[in-house]
Ligand binder design. Structure first.
Ligand SMILES: [Cu+2]
Length: 124
């Protein structure tokens, strides 16, 4: 019982430390891709954005998890960098040109929307 209280105090203390330095933000979003090569390309693109500390893409779930300093960058910038590398995200689509440059095995199935390259309604 006592151990449990001590443990929860430690957890609370750790959480408040994270909040005090509260610059690091973790976001999850979907990135379209196929294989391990895509994984490298997607993670490299995300990490090339200034402020991003970690990027991890899962080829099974197609989910990207990025950790970044939110005083330096935001999730849109990360998604745009990934789109530039040829991979669609839900908010930022790759241009057809970038997509066509991908190796054949990496040309994932696109959602079939012809508005590639657009920002689908939100502006920058
Ligand atoms: Cu690939």
């Amino acid at each position: 019982m006592k151990t449990k209280v001590v443990l929860s105090l430690i957890v609370v203390a750790m959480l408040s430390v994270t909040t005090a330095f509260g610059k690091d933000k973790t976001e999850k979003f979907k990135v379209y891709g196929n294989c391990g090569m895509c994984e490298n390309r997607i993670e490299k693109a995300a990490k090339s954005v200034d402020g991003v500390s970690t990027a991890d893409w899962d080829k099974e779930s197609k989910m990207m998890q990025v950790k970044f300093d939110d005083s330096k960058t935001d999730v849109h910038k990360v998604e745009m960098a990934i789109a530039k590398a040829g991979h669609d995200t839900q908010m930022h689509k790759a241009t057809d040109e970038a997509y066509n440059k991908l190796p054949g095995c990496c040309q994932y199935e696109r959602a079939g929307d012809k508005k590639s390259g657009s920002h689908n309604g939100h502006s920058h």
